[in-house]
Design a protein around this ligand. Structure first.
Ligand SMILES: Cc1cc2nc3c(=O)[nH]c(=O)nc-3n(C[C@H](O)[C@H](O)[C@H](O)COP(=O)(O)OP(=O)(O)OC[C@H]3O[C@@H](n4cnc5c(N)ncnc54)[C@H](O)[C@@H]3O)c2cc1C
Ligand SMILES: *[C@@H]1O[C@H](CO)[C@@H](O)[C@H](O)[C@H]1NC(C)=O
Ligand SMILES: *[C@@H]1O[C@H](CO)[C@@H](O)[C@H](O)[C@H]1NC(C)=O
Ligand SMILES: *[C@@H]1O[C@H](CO)[C@@H](O)[C@H](O)[C@H]1NC(C)=O
Ligand SMILES: *[C@@H]1O[C@H](CO)[C@@H](O)[C@H](O)[C@H]1NC(C)=O
Length: 501
């Protein structure tokens, strides 16, 4: 079996191979795999799309919104049923080719696209959603995008599921790596709401994974499930009644030179409300700082108390909007959506092409004035192509012990994402970004708890990614990896290894 990745080094070679067609080894693998899939197919057959960069079909299944290091996998398998996924995994192993599960394709490091030697199992067609109104549960195919999830849950009884506001994200990746958003403090992470999963193991067996029937695997998939053990084809979720939520969204906009006062207001509010429900977010761009608070049933007095935490000099008047749960989802959806039906039009190609990578830090520190002043030079002079997003943690997320699921980040006040849209190499912007990131890296210690969010996967983390993503839970994850996938068939740069490194 080939060792995974080295994508960056392989890239020039990939392009070359694509210009002249397949190497002999690839043709052999493709033929073997195709014939195995056909011979062993049950009632249904996966769609099989072999690499051909001149084919519209291949280019459309291989759509990559993230333009960093374009990848050309050997082939795509698009299963129609869980049986097809089992068949794909068995045939992949028999043909000695690695398979990479892909749900929404939003992995920041593009780990769902594998590499030029491997095959993507694209779960796009496993996106059926069935709502059980009486039981307040839903069956959701792993390939469903959150756009479809939110639309279907709302239009079938006004239900909701806590997850990301970016509706182009797949439920598969969101639920297996956490899934954080506006409603996390009230209803938990997406992963905290999983009741059961259909899981195809590396031998191609179908396992029904529940807390009681398969406790180790259930535990591992609740935060550590991103391409590490096998392929989840279907989830059962607990859903919440969203009909009666009277949502208020407060938005405040400031100049970056007020950084110290705004940061101080943000951390105070986050701390004061750490056991409550509200989402408190702060986004810093080169142009301005935006603070967003989302909660239900806020009185005018509550709103005044919140706004009073911040300096009065604003770029725009305070915006306070009242809406229902679904209006909030629509208003904050990326890609942009205006009408409910727009959500159903969101596809894997709706996220426009751009380069992206990110760094993340969990923080539980309350900083004094001196420390905040230390942050100011860096945080109030963010260069073009970079933004910082702070989002409150706490509430329901932190009420769960750190070892109860594999999602370890349970004692933070907030999560910081540094989003980087890289610029052309050797350009002035690129140089500014590099200098800024080096400076930020020095001041980030002031905030950092030593943890990063596995769903904001960061390929630049080298020796400490396991510790930063999984903390003390990494030992049990490695043990479970050895039981479920002793051949390390599901592997990539930052997958859970068989042994502690
Ligand atoms: C624009 C944008 C906004 C985002 N906003 C948020 C946010 O607000 N909150 C938040 O929590 N996250 C957010 N994310 C991160 C997002 O949650 C993760 O990238 C998530 O893993 C994406 O899921 P996916 O199914 O789209 O990804 P994919 O790229 O398909 O998969 C991600 C990883 O999981 C593996 N995988 C996928 N499906 C399966 C499966 N069925 N079984 C086993 N392994 C699987 C893949 O191999 C890959 O390693 C955002 C990402 C983007 C790009
Ligand atoms: C295949 O289809 C037949 C009828 O079309 C059905 O009876 C059978 O259960 C199916 N088998 C599987 C494995 O799905
Ligand atoms: C596929 O089917 C053939 C013929 O029945 C069988 O020999 C082979 O073992 C099967 N392969 C897999 C991976 O199931
Ligand atoms: C199934 O996948 C194919 C290939 O990606 C796509 O053209 C088709 O629209 C998908 N169907 C559904 C129902 O998602
Ligand atoms: C979690 O940790 C607590 C205390 O450290 C321990 O008592 C408990 O057994 C652990 N639970 C699991 C599921 O490992």
């Amino acid at each position: 079996m080939k060792l995974p990745l080295l994508r960056k080094i392989l890239l020039p070679l990939i392009v070359l191979v694509n210009c002249i067609g397949f190497s002999n080894a690839s043709i052999k693998v493709i033929n073997e795999l195709k014939s195995c899939l056909e011979t062993n197919a049950s009632n249904t057959t996966s769609i099989f799309v072999a690499r051909n960069t001149h084919s519209e079909r291949y280019n459309s299944v291989n759509y990559q919104w993230n333009t960093n290091s374009e990848i050309f996998p050997l082939a795509y398998i698009v299963p129609q049923t869980t049986k097809d996924v089992q068949n794909a995994v068995r045939c992949g192993k028999a043909s000695k080719v690695r398979m990479f599960p892909k749900s929404g394709g939003h992995s920041y490091e593009k780990y769902s696209f594998g590499d030029s030697e491997s095959v993507v199992v694209d779960l796009a067609n496993l996106s059926e959603i069935r709502v059980n109104k009486a039981g307040k549960t839903a069956q959701i195919g792993a390939g469903a995008l959150l756009s479809k999830v939110y639309f279907t849950l709302w239009t079938n009884g006004k239900f909701g599921l806590p997850s990301t506001s970016c509706t182009g994200v797949g439920i598969g990746g969101a639920a297996l790596g956490g899934g954080y958003g506006f409603w996390s403090k009230r209803f938990g992470l997406t992963s905290d709401n999983v009741i059961g999963m259909d899981f195809v193991d590396p031998q191609g067996n179908l396992l029904k994974v529940k807390r009681n029937s398969n406790p180790d695997l259930f535990w591992a998939l609740g935060g550590g499930g991103l391409g590490n053990f096998g392929i989840v084809t279907n989830f059962e979720f607990k859903i919440f009644d969203a009909a009666s939520l009277n949502v208020k969204q407060i938005v405040l906009k400031f100049c970056v030179n007020l950084f110290e006062q705004i940061f101080s207001g943000f951390q105070t509010l986050v701390y004061e409300r750490r056991n409550g429900n509200p989402y408190i977010g702060m986004t810093i761009t080169p142009q301005d700082i935006t603070v967003k608070i989302i909660d239900t049933d806020l009185s005018d007095a509550d709103i005044r108390k919140i706004v009073d935490r911040f300096p009065p000099q604003m770029l725009k008047p305070v915006s306070v909007k009242s809406m229902d749960f679904f209006e909030l989802t629509l208003e904050n959806s990326t890609p942009e959506t205006k009408t409910p039906e727009d959500l159903l039009k969101v596809s894997r190609m709706s996220t426009s092409k751009h380069g992206y990578r990110a760094k993340s830090y969990f923080s539980s520190k309350i900083l004094n004035h001196r420390k905040i002043a230390q942050l100011k030079p860096s945080l109030s002079s963010v260069p073009s192509g970079i933004f910082l997003q702070f989002g409150s943690f706490g509430g329901a997320v932190n009420q769960i012990p750190k070892n109860e699921t594999s999602f370890v980040h349970r004692d933070s006040l907030y999560l910081i994402q540094v989003g980087i849209s890289p610029s052309d190499e050797h350009s002035k912007t690129e140089l500014q970004q590099r200098i800024w990131l080096r400076e930020f890296n020095n001041v980030a210690q002031v905030l950092d708890n030593g943890e990063s969010y596995q769903n904001y996967v960061d390929g630049e983390l080298k020796n400490d990614f396991l510790q930063r993503y999984y903390g003390d839970n990494v030992r049990r994850l490695i043990e479970i990896k050895r039981q479920i996938d002793p051949d390390n068939y599901f592997a990539y740069e930052q997958s859970i290894p068989l042994r502690n490194p």
